[in-house]
Ligand binder design. Structure first.
Ligand SMILES: *Cc1c(COP(=O)(O)O)cnc(C)c1O
Length: 412
């Protein structure tokens, strides 16, 4: 099996054989996986997908591995939640949450990309995996790398949330905390990747890794009844997830799983790190790198690798972008929790807060079918809302004390 034809440079179109490489030798453009879509069209039907287990591997013909998957066998197929209470609050008709806070083994969308990256690393014969992470990737590579018996080198900015560092350490990786921001960690990792023969999931394995994000798009379409939504709001770090959701919709149309696709793609970023949204608002193609300063650490990439391509997707689809301040992020986290019972990490707050602005400003039609991508669980960034929630009521262990408190609660 396997429908991968090879790798191709996004800029000059030069083709390469399948190898752990990521950049064109001639023009330095990024490499992307090319598939035999005619071949896929002949074998992959809705019925076949529906007959398979509810994991991201149900779309395996559209993913870049040759043999059987060996990682992330339980990842993906997260719920698409019809969010009627939140919709009512915002004056919307049909609002859905793509809820990647649950179902995934490490509770963020990064389990999608890691499933493909580690399956591919195994096919290439690597026994060490590595990554440069803003937090969730560290957690995911630590976990799935442990399950796969890989040696693991995980590079993170030392200033990451404590919860995410502990969550990664539990799996016993070699965790390297770098005194610097993500962009500095990433630069260091490019040097390390050149020197050591490791599978760096988001460097030399990146063309394969990034394809895993398409599964979020496939699932949205399938769960909507083989239909694309009118609007999707996507949180952007490197911009990769956004470009891959767009690609997934196009592919489904190309292989005949859907007849029509009309979706506007919207970017959500934190005001303290919004190079992609800034370019969109200013109407320019050049992404100006920034120094991140935001509580949304999982999105804190100041120099986004796929930023340019993300702006192209926004333009091509007719979407736009918005950004949210730290305060707006916290308020949105609480709103989502209170209306839908979904506790999201800071990136989820960014998505909802930005979506609210896009709706208020008229970029997103209130009558349309809207999907918000909520990409990580709130337990991973609890620190962010400490001091911003209601307080518990402290009582003595007797009925009298409880009823005195109850009176106070009733009278508010
Ligand atoms: C990594 C990540 C994203 C998106 O990252 P891209 O680099 O833009 O693909 C979104 N949300 C969360 C929680 C993440 O960890």
């Amino acid at each position: 099996m396997g429908f991968v034809k090879g790798l191709k440079c996004r800029e000059c179109g030069r083709e390469y054989a399948i190898d752990p490489i990521y950049v064109c030798e001639f023009c330095f453009g990024p490499l992307e996986v090319v598939y035999d879509y005619d071949g896929i069209k002949k074998v992959l039907t809705r019925e076949m997908i529906l007959s398979r287990p509810q994991t991201l591997w149900r779309y395996r013909e559209l993913l870049p591995i040759d043999g059987e998957p060996t990682s992330g066998l339980h990842s993906g197929f997260t719920p698409l939640v019809r969010a009627d209470k939140l919709a009512q609050h915002l004056g919307l008709k049909k609002l859905y949450i793509k809820d990647d806070t649950v179902t995934h083994p490490t509770l963020s969308f990064k389990d999608r990309v890691v499933a493909i990256a580690l399956s591919k690393a195994r096919e290439f014969g690597f026994n060490t995996v590595a990554c440069a992470s803003t937090g969730n990737l560290a957690h995911s590579v630590s976990a799935h790398g442990a399950a796969g018996g890989f040696k693991r080198f995980i590079f993170i900015p030392a200033s990451l949330e404590h919860s995410k560092i502990i969550a990664s350490l539990a799996y016993g990786p070699n965790l390297i905390a770098v005194d610097g921001n993500y962009d500095e960690v990433n630069r260091l990792c490019s040097e390390v990747a050149n020197k050591y023969n490791w599978a760096f999931v988001n460097i030399n394995i990146r063309p394969f890794y990034a394809e895993g994000s398409k599964t979020q798009g496939y699932e949205i379409v399938e769960q909507l009844g083989w239909r694309t939504p009118d609007a999707v709001v996507v949180p952007c770090a490197s911009g990769s997830l956004m470009t891959k959701i767009w690609k997934s919709f196009k592919e489904m149309k190309q292989i005949g799983l859907i007849n029509d696709m009309q979706t506007k793609i919207f970017s959500a970023q934190a005001t303290g790190c919004s190079p992609i949204v800034k370019a969109i608002k200013e109407g320019v193609d050049v992404i100006k790198p920034v120094r991140p300063d935001t509580i949304a650490k999982s999105l804190a990439i100041g120099n986004p690798a796929d930023g340019f391509y993300a702006t192209q997707v926004i333009k091509e689809s007719g979407g736009y972008g918005e950004d949210a301040s730290d305060n707006e992020i916290i308020e949105a986290i609480k709103l989502l929790a209170k209306t839908e019972g979904i506790f999201a990490e800071t990136a989820g707050g960014v998505t909802l807060a930005s979506a609210i602005k896009l709706i208020e400003k008229g970029y997103i039609d209130k009558e349309s079918v809207i999907v918000l991508c909520i990409t990580g669980n709130g337990l991973k960034t609890k620190e962010a809302i400490v001091g911003h929630t209601v307080e518990p009521f402290h009582i003595n262990p007797n009925l009298k004390s409880f009823e005195e408190t109850l009176k106070k609660i009733d009278s508010v």
